[in-house]
Design a binder for this molecule. Structure first.
Ligand code: ZN
Length: 307
């Protein structure tokens, strides 16, 4: 249980200049918004330093920042979060800073969680959700029709790979399938998708084709909605959840990267923060070896990501 903690402590007290671990606690520095920050001193080269816990040079308290992120993914708009803070905190952040925190930490955490080793079932379901993105929230530049391509393991409910893209062309589909393969290696035997023409070729390209069996190395299960066939519940439930969470966004505005960052945060929320009813656990508890020990899992994930 304490493995994460010990490792963190060990790595974190390294001297940034000479990488020595012969360091001691030095003075504490008072900061306006983050309280007392411990300084360390390297006994080998005499450098003094503080440790970046993921909130270095941030003007707000980590608790406030992670509170904003948590409220946002529970369905509260950035403006409402801002109004809430206005009532309870002396120094206030405007709603664009809140959006900035959401994007920054979502990307930071997912860069870390994307490297976790996964243990998933034999099937992966992939689907696409259509989104309308306002190209700018100021000028009337019109809407762009985009897609969020996502995938889930029905056994662990873990979202394996996703990407917010301009269109659901073969390149975009193939990129997501490639991520799935990289993350799950040889564990996947069945890929379930809708009838979008880009899938068969993309799956063949990524997983390869066996000349012996004259088949793709994974079984491609295509769901035919017009014949009344449906996905089983995992991805349907994920999409209901996603739509519920994203309806307060009133569509995305700004860049594709911005929308993608926000949805990376949703993926973190779905996999690590909320319990999934049918498994009564968070998906990461089934699909990874990660142990999160604190109640504020956003904060713990940010700290782990910043090592
Ligand atoms: Zn040193």
């Amino acid at each position: 249980m304490n493995n994460n903690k010990n490792k963190k402590q060990e790595v974190k007290n390294l001297c940034p200049k000479c990488k020595s671990n012969n360091t001691i606690k030095w003075t504490k520095r008072k900061t306006e918004n983050r309280g007392l920050i411990q300084r360390y001193k390297c006994k080998d080269c005499n450098k003094t330093f503080t440790i970046d816990d993921g909130f270095f040079r941030m003007r707000n308290h980590p608790k406030k920042i992670t509170c904003a992120i948590d409220l946002f993914y529970r369905g509260i708009s950035t403006r409402k979060v801002q109004e809430h803070f206005n009532a309870f905190y002396p120094h206030n952040a405007d709603h664009t800073s809140i959006l900035r925190w959401i994007r920054k930490y979502s990307v930071m955490i997912s860069n870390y969680t994307n490297k976790l080793k996964l243990s998933v079932g034999a099937e992966i379901q992939i689907d696409e959700v259509e989104y309308h993105r306002r190209k700018s929230h100021k000028a009337k530049l019109g809407n762009d029709k985009n897609f969020f391509i996502d995938s889930i393991c029905p056994k662990t409910k873990f979202m394996v790979a996703s990407n917010y893209v301009k269109s659901r062309g073969k390149e975009e589909i193939r990129a997501v399938i490639k991520d799935i393969k990289t993350r799950t290696e040889v564990q996947v035997k069945i890929i379930t998708t809708d009838g979008l023409p880009a899938y068969p070729n993309a799956i063949k390209k990524v997983y390869g084709f066996s000349n012996k069996t004259h088949q793709t190395n994974v079984f491609h299960h295509r769901v035919n909605a017009s014949q009344g066939e449906g996905f089983n519940y995992a991805i349907e439930r994920l999409h209901n959840n996603l739509r519920q969470r994203t309806k307060t966004f009133r569509g995305f505005h700004g860049s594709v990267e911005s929308a993608n960052a926000i949805l990376k945060g949703f993926e973190v929320y779905y996999n690590f923060i909320t319990k999934h009813q049918t498994i009564n656990k968070c998906p990461y508890e089934l699909a990874t070896d990660l142990k999160l020990n604190s109640e504020n899992k956003w904060l713990e994930l940010i700290r782990l990501s910043s090592i």
